[in-house]
Design a protein around this ligand. Sequence first.
Ligand SMILES: NC(=O)c1ccc[n+]([C@@H]2O[C@H](COP(=O)([O-])OP(=O)(O)OC[C@H]3O[C@@H](n4cnc5c(N)ncnc54)[C@H](OP(=O)(O)O)[C@@H]3O)[C@@H](O)[C@H]2O)c1
Length: 311
Amino acid sequence: MNHITLSNGLRIAPVALGAMNFGTTTSKEQAYAVLDAYIDMGGNFIDTSNNYAHWAGTGDESETVLGEWLRDRGCRDRVVIATKVGFDRHGEGAGLKKAQIEYWVDESLRKLGTDYIDLYYAHTDEPTTPLEETMETFGMLVKKGKVRVLGGSNYDTWRFSEANALAKANGWTPYTVMQQRFTYLHPRADMAPKYIFNESVNRERLRYLCDKDIPLVSYSCLAKGGYEDTSRIPSDYIVGERLETIRNMAQEKGVSTSALVVAWMVNLYRCEGFPRVIPLFASSRVSHFTDNLKGVSLALSDEEMAILNRA
Ligand SMILES: NC(=O)c1ccc[n+]([C@@H]2O[C@H](COP(=O)([O-])OP(=O)(O)OC[C@H]3O[C@@H](n4cnc5c(N)ncnc54)[C@H](OP(=O)(O)O)[C@@H]3O)[C@@H](O)[C@H]2O)c1
């Protein structure tokens, strides 16, 4: 895999592995198998959070399983760990106040069994805390060496931009990665996503990221398995010509539609007005995960990209 360099010199694989369900609906054994397969294929960029997956357990499971795997494989220095703070666990603890961030970063470090986090995200915007407080606190974590790079997830573009303007004006570390829900299908204009923070990426956001040279880590990019089983496509996506187009091309190329979605995303930066996109996907099965990874090395011509973009 051709790795990408982030701010601070961090080198990441062009696709990220989602660990959200590790230790809950994905067993520890399955998680180890997927993690090992990803590393064997050249991956190094793993995504978790301080609250995964509290709706199916306590919220400690994902980071804990990941920490055990890092220890068992002795590979901490060869992987890039991204984790997050800001969402609730069982209705409690949501927020980005100084005390909350300082508490949860230490909890994440403890569970992961490490003394630094490579990429630390604000998991969601939190308008009741001044952005200054959040950005100054994050900046201190970078200064202390607990965190290397910062990112923002589920922010409106203008709030992300405002946070970075404040960071710049005060000499704090800005967000240099954005994580947002994004897939090949277009969102429906007449229907909001199930959760408000799940708002999908639009053209304006893509242009902003392109202009600022900020990479987009795209979560739920396989539409929850919906490219292989359309009944799983979230109801706020349009299922029509665009799905037909990518399915037909996948068939012609002899790959799965999910692998082609991954290929389209990793190649988007070649097209005008698009930032670097790093697909972030999950699977409980090695066979699914490695099939999706085939998209990383799939060649797509300019004409094929244009067909996919036009649909
Ligand atoms: N920042 C945020 O707010 C946020 C929100 C949600 C998620 N995330 C991150 O993004 C990661 C991925 O998100 P996600 O799980 O929502 O979405 P996803 O990766 O789009 O979908 C995962 C689902 O797709 C299925 N799947 C994958 N490949 C398949 C294949 N080849 N054939 C059939 N089914 C396939 C998996 O089933 P199998 O297990 O059967 O393979 C799994 O149920 C998470 O782990 C998390 O790290 C971040």
